[in-house]
Design a protein around this ligand. Sequence first.
Ligand code: C2O
Length: 559
Amino acid sequence: MENWVRVLLLVVCLFPAMVECRVRNYTFHVVMKNTTRLCSSKPIVTVNRRFPGPTLYAREDDNVLVKVTNHVKYNVTIHWHGIRQLRTGWSDGPAYITQCPIQPGQSYTYNFTVTGQRGTLLWHAHISWLRATLHGGIVILPKRGVPYPFPKPDEEVVVILGEWWKSDTEVVINQATQSGVAPNVSDAHTINGHPGPLSPCSSQGGGFKLQVESGKTYMLRIINAALNEELFFKVAGHNLTVVEVDATYTKPFTTDTLLITPGQTTNALLTADRGSGKYLVAASPFMDSIVAVDNMTATATVHYSGTLSSTTTTITQPPPQNATPIANKFINSLLSLNSKLYPAKVPLTVDHNLLFTVGLGVNPCATCVNGSKVVAAINNVSFVMPTFSLLQAHYFNISGIFTTDFPGNPPIIFNYSGNPPGTSPANMNTMNGTRLYRLPYNATVELVLQDTGIIAPENHPIHLHGFNFFQVGRGLGNFNPNKDPKNFNLVDPVERNTIGVPSGGWTAIRFTADNPGVWFLHCHLEVHTTWGLKMAFLVDNGKGPNESLLPPPSDLPTC
Ligand code: C2O
C-alpha cells in the first residue's frame, strides 16, 4: 500500500463511528519467562510473559498490525493460522517460506486485513518447535451490527488446548533430529495452560475454572494448539452445539464429544442447563494407530455459581484413545452452514487434479543411532527448508532457491494405504528437494490427500496456508478416481484450513487459488513437519494490482 494511503486510512480510522474501518494495534514482546507446571520449573518462550499468549481481537474487515520484537536467543516468526492474508503473504509468518526469521533484537510488524472470515483462529510461532509455548487465540467478530447466525451466547470464552514437556522442547527436537529417532512424547496436555485438577502435581489452584450461571449459554472458542496430538474434548453432563470451525459457520449440531486436530478451532455452545454443581472438562488424545502418544488427560472444571466448594465434581470418561467411530461420527457431522448470507462457494469444475501421498518412511543415515532415520514426505519428496525466504526469492526472481517441479501425482504407484496392513513397500524412495507446485491465479484445485502405511498408517492433520478449502470427500483405503468422486459433496461440505486425513485412508479437498504468493502445505503434527511432510504452492499474480501480491514491507527481516 502506498504510504499516503496508509496514513489516510489511519487518520480516517481514528473515527470508527464515521466509517466502517478499524485498525487494531498489538505489540508482541517475545521474552523468556520462568514457569512451574507439572512438578518442574523451566524457562519458556512467551509473548508478553503470558502462557498461553494474549488473545488477538479483531472484527471482520479490520486492519491488524502486530509489532513483534524478539528478545530471546532464538530466531522467531509468528503465523496467523487460518487468516487468508489476501495479497499479504509477507505477513503469513512461516519461516523461510514467506519471510526470513526475526532475529534476536529485531522487530517486524505483521500487517494484514481480515477479509470474509469470522470466528476463532490461532496465532503461533512458525519456526522449529517454538509454538509449543508461543501461541494464542485470534477472535474475529462479525462486522458491526451483523449478528451471529445462531442465538447470541451470554458469554464467550477462549479455551486453548496444549501440550507440555517437562524439558525444553527445542532440546527435545534437536536431539531427536540428530539421533534419527522419534522425539519424546509430551508429559501432559493442558487446558488454558494447566494440566488440571486431576494432575498429580497441579499447581495454580487446580486448573482452569469456567464459572457459569444456570440458564445461560456460553460459547467456547476451542483451539488445539498442541504440537503433535489430536484431541477429544468433553464436558461432563453437558452437550455441545458446534456452530463454527476454522472461522467458517457450520450447520449447528449437538454432540457430547468434539474432535480437534492441532491447528483446528471449533466454536461450540454450552448451555448451563444444570441447577448447580461442578462438572469435569476433559481433553484426551485420539490415536488409532500404533504410534506412541502422551496418554494424559487434561482437565478443567465447569463451576456453577452458588455451588458449595465441598460439592464433588461430576466426572466424565474420556473416549478410548483409539475411538475411530467417535472421531468419524464427529467429522461426518460437520457441514458448511451454506446459507444465503454465508454460501459454500465450492469449486464445481477442476483445473488441477492432484493426488498427494502423505506419510512416513525410513531413510539411511550414517550418523544416526540405528543407521537410519525417520523421514516424512509428500509424493516421496521430503521437503528441504531453504535458508532464504521462498516468497522473496519468487518476488525478486532469485534463482537457485527452489524449483517448480513438485509432482502432482505419486511418482511410484503402490498400495498406498497398506490395507491390508503390511502391503505397502518398506521403502518409498524418498527424494529431498525444495520443490513447489505452480498454479495460475484463480485456478481451481482438487487435491486428494492419501495416507500411506509405509511405517504405519496414521492420521495427518494437513494445513494449507493462504486458503480455506472444502472437504468434498473422505474414505478408507486407497482413493479410487473412478468411483469415489461420485459420492463427493459439492453442496455443503465443511470449509476449513486444516483437515484430518484418516489413518489408512484419504481426504479430498477443493479450493480456488485466488491468492497470489507462496503458500505452505504441511502436516500440523509438528514432528511430521520436522521430518519433511511439507511442500508449498506458488500462485502467480492475476491481472492488475488487485490480483497481485503487494510489495514487501520495508521492515521485512533479512536472512
Ligand atoms: Cu498453524 Cu503452517 O501452521
